[in-house]
Write a protein that binds this ligand. Structure first.
Ligand code: LIP
Length: 271
């Protein structure tokens, strides 16, 4: 089984588009209360998962297995397969489920592929706006086929910074404490509600930096490839890879300044 990155990217885009059409079809007839009534919760009452999350993940996994049966898969809603090809797919069928339930146009299908443990392909599709972000390692990042790049902002004091918050009260309290210190020192924050789209906003310069604590690998994987291919640095606060402990993304200059400030605030040490 070949690991041609362009082929992996084409498969990911096709499956993300198909899954996006499915979730839009499933959403159309339901009002918010209908969706929320059909949703269940995971880590807390605010952590929603809908039938569309599950159906979209099933469709994506079926598509991968039909095309590349020896690949490994890790899906947010429980889809998990071992593999022997060296390729592992990370799938978030709807990143930003709360926005999906509330019909706020900031949710995405996020599909990434690791090749021999290296994040190599990322696709993030917003079905509400029909916007496809993609990135292949070494080949740049695109939005609807047009090359994108991160901002060149170098001054934290005029930086527009995206962030997000977890679902558990104790963690949210710590995240709010960090934000209370940071907010007076930056231009402003944006809270879009989808880590994958936050990282794509970095990739196309719509925000200058993004940080968050407590995400899952499938939230981060595709957006990390896209942001890196657009020239951004994506990592944690200790010189490592982005992880559930922490993710920070920005152009290289701003990354270092914001990493220092977030480290001072113990942003990755709070609950
Ligand atoms: C979401 C993340 C977002 C975070 C939300 C939630 P989900 O993922 O993309 O960045 O702030 O709390 O975790 O749960 O919608 O797939």
């Amino acid at each position: 089984m070949t690991t041609d990155l362009a082929e992996l990217g084409e498969l990911a885009e096709a499956l993300a588009t198909e899954a996006g059409e499915l979730v839009e079809e499933m959403r159309a007839p339901l009002a918010i209360d209908g969706l929320e009534a059909n949703a269940t919760t995971k880590s807390s009452p605010g952590d929603l998962v809908t039938a569309a999350d599950r159906a979209a993940e099933r469709a994506i996994i079926d598509g991968i297995v039909a095309t590349r049966p020896t690949d490994a898969i890790l899906g947010e809603e429980g889809g998990q397969r071992a593999g022997t090809s060296g390729v592992r797919w990370l799938v978030d069928p709807i990143d930003g489920t709360t926005n999906y339930v509330y019909d706020i146009a900031s949710y995405s299908v996020s599909i990434a592929a690791e090749v021999d443990g290296v994040l190599s392909v990322g696709v993030v599709y917003n079905p509400k706006t029909d916007t496809m972000f993609s990135g292949l390692i070494g080949s740049g990042a695109r939005r609807n086929g047009v090359t994108i790049s991160c901002s060149t902002a170098s001054d934290l004091g005029t930086a527009l910074v995206a962030t997000g918050f977890g679902y558990v009260a104790e963690r949210r309290r710590g995240q709010a404490e960090v934000l209370a210190h940071l907010l007076p020192e930056i231009r402003d924050i944006r809270r879009f509600g989808s880590a994958a789209l936050d990282l794509c906003a970095i990739a196309c310069g719509q925000v200058d930096a993004y940080y968050e604590r407590g995400l899952n690998p499938w939230d981060l994987a595709a957006g990390t490839v896209i942001a890196r291919e657009a020239g951004a640095t994506v990592g944690d606060l200790r010189g490592g890879q982005p992880s559930p402990e922490f993710v920070l993304a920005a152009n290289p200059a701003l990354f270092l300044e914001l990493r220092e400030r977030l480290t001072d605030l113990a942003a990755d040490q709070r609950p």
